[in-house]
Design a protein around this ligand. Structure first.
Ligand SMILES: [Zn+2]
Length: 381
């Protein structure tokens, strides 16, 4: 059973990692899609490939029949990574060091995509079918907030009984049963230019105003309620000897609930400039709604944890993840969503990104058993 051996699973992961696929590089992400498409075809899937829009690569869908008909499982994975082409030959080469395998996107989330596919390939190779039909959807733009995929993801989710997401697991292998919402806001200040010398008093500094706004925005952070506001980027000014006319900043907001999101949104949109001569604009950007654990998600989690135990390992518990994924969209729609079913590892988005080789066999077996046992009754549809 080449699909379920440590060497076979690691080689499959290596093939994913060998094709670098930064979100903005359409040709590169489409090469990744070509590879995924070949795997889906081998697993007996009917392929739909939707040409990319908005400057992103294609969306890839593979539909695998189950023993039963009706609404099935939607499995989500993203093909893109944050690492530019050249990372593999530079700062983060493929290497295996003890139990750790390194490479760009190996943890977030090529490892997860690979083991989910290996489980489906294993079923096909042994003449078995998943109990429910499985739709695999590979997304090209998750690391950019899935702007070109969101509507398709939501549309598919509503036609499925439940959603599994192969994003990285939490510490020690924990599964994700909820995620914070993520909102972006763009702040822009517009002042009045003046020469920095004799005419300084006539100017109105956009940067000075922005500095005060940044302090006000970050002060809205409330760690006890797990609400964070991070001003992650800022820029402004054109020349050191000019009072700056423009400044911009991007605020990245994490909220646990819809209510908290509405509260933060109201506060941000109510911001006023300290200096009445400076204009302040606050514009909301991409938003991933929070998803919270429901009784159906609890049953999904309990079922997965029980399967793991019967396979001889523990999933190490559940968590509400601080970061977002495409599971936010499906969970927020009320479709039971179990996330964090990818690999165990660490260092996402860094040059230390790795997975633990020892997790590959058990986590792939878990997928096999999930595909064989998940039923509409479990989630009450
Ligand atoms: Zn990811």
């Amino acid at each position: 059973m080449r699909h379920l051996t440590p060497d076979g699973l690691l080689e499959a992961v290596r093939q994913w990692v060998a094709i670098e696929s930064p979100t903005q590089d359409v040709a590169a992400v489409n090469r990744m899609a070509d590879h995924a498409q070949a795997l889906l075809a081998d697993a007996g899937a009917r392929i739909e490939r939707i040409p990319g829009t908005m400057g992103f690569a294609d969306i890839l869908i593979g539909r695998i029949p189950g023993e039963t008909e009706g609404a099935g499982i939607l499995l989500l994975g993203h093909m893109d990574t944050v690492h530019p082409v050249g990372t593999l030959s530079g700062d983060l080469p493929w290497r295996v060091d003890g139990d750790r395998a390194y490479g760009p996107g190996i943890y977030d989330m090529k490892g997860g995509n690979s083991i989910a596919m290996s489980a489906l390939l294993h079923l096909a190779a042994t003449g078995r079918q998943p109990h429910m039909p499985v739709t695999v959807m590979f997304i090209p733009d998750e690391e950019a907030g899935s702007p070109s995929s969101r509507a398709r993801i939501e549309d598919e989710a509503l036609r499925h009984a439940l959603v599994l997401v192969a994003e990285p697991s939490g510490e020690g292998g924990r599964l994700t049963v909820g995620r914070h919402g993520i909102a972006r806001y763009y702040l822009k200040t517009t002042g009045k230019p003046a020469h920095a010398g004799a005419y300084h008093a006539k100017g109105r500094s956009a940067i000075r105003e922005m500095a005060r706004q940044i302090l006000a925005v970050e002060a809205m952070t409330d760690y006890d309620r797990t609400i964070t506001l991070n001003v992650g980027t800022m820029s402004g000014g054109t020349h050191e000897n000019m009072v700056p006319i423009h400044a911009e900043a991007c605020v990245y907001v994490l909220v646990p609930t819809r209510e908290a999101e509405a509260e933060v949104r109201a506060k941000l949109l109510a911001l006023k400039p300290h200096d009445p001569d400076v204009k302040l604009d606050v514009t909301p950007g991409l938003f991933r709604p929070p998803y919270t654990k429901t009784p159906a998600i609890q049953r999904l989690y309990d079922h997965a944890a029980g399967l793991a135990r019967s396979l001889g390992f523990e999933v190490a518990g559940e968590r509400v993840a601080g970061g977002g994924s495409d599971g936010n969209f499906t969970g927020a729609l009320g479709v039971p969503t179990l996330d964090g079913l990818g690999v165990i590892g660490d260092g996402p988005h860094t040059h230390d990104e790795h997975l633990l080789v020892s997790c590959l066999v058990p986590r792939t077996q878990l997928y096999v058993r999930l595909f064989e046992t998940l039923s509409p009754e479990l989630v009450g549809t």
